[in-house]
Design a protein around this ligand. Structure first.
Ligand SMILES: [Zn+2]
Length: 174
């Protein structure tokens, strides 16, 4: 006689679980739709130059970051981007190191957010696969002036950002 109540309880638990899954899936759909690019016109269009030098060698900044699905590693800011073709508000078109900041809303964007969509590491300890050790350090310069903002740096139009990894020289080496 204990079998049926146990089965009923099991069915109730299963139904509640299914209901919770259905609700969370629906909420996820709403969230994803709210994060899709819109037809709004661009209200921001800035360019910054990014240079990365690792052990005295320039690193190629990939083209089509934020456009090529293989170089589109987060969708966190999709709602500020371009609908067709789907383009992240932070993107590159070529390997010149020019980052395009094109947004349908006026807001701040950070250097860290560009590295996020590129799928590369950048912080005060590491640039890409290179991390600080006893000899080598990550340093960064904004228009030639050393900065400690790293990924928190907010993009400003027409600036040049230089990230250097290697033996500390105590000066801008470029
Ligand atoms: Zn542009």
């Amino acid at each position: 006689m204990t079998f049926w109540p146990a089965l009923t309880l099991g069915v109730i638990v299963a139904l509640i679980t299914l209901g919770a899954v259905a609700i969370s899936t629906a909420l996820e759909d709403v969230k994803n739709r709210a994060n899709e690019p819109t037809d709004k016109p661009l209200v921001m269009h800035m360019h910054v130059a990014l240079r990365i030098v690792i052990n005295d060698e320039f690193v190629i900044i990939a083209g089509n970051v934020g456009i090529d699905p293989a170089l589109y590693k987060t969708h966190a800011l999709d709602r500020y981007g371009i609908k067709n073709p789907k383009t992240y508000p932070l993107h590159t078109h070529d390997t010149s190191g020019v980052i395009h900041i094109e947004s349908t809303e006026l807001r701040t964007f950070t250097l860290g957010q560009f590295f996020d969509v590129w799928g590369q590491t950048f912080n005060e300890k590491c640039i890409m696969d290179k991390c600080n050790d006893s000899l080598n350090k990550v340093t960064m310069f904004i228009d030639g002036v050393q900065s400690s903002e790293f990924g928190e740096h907010v993009f400003r139009d027409n600036e040049t950002i230089t990230i250097i990894y290697g033996q500390a020289r105590g000066q801008h080496p470029l």
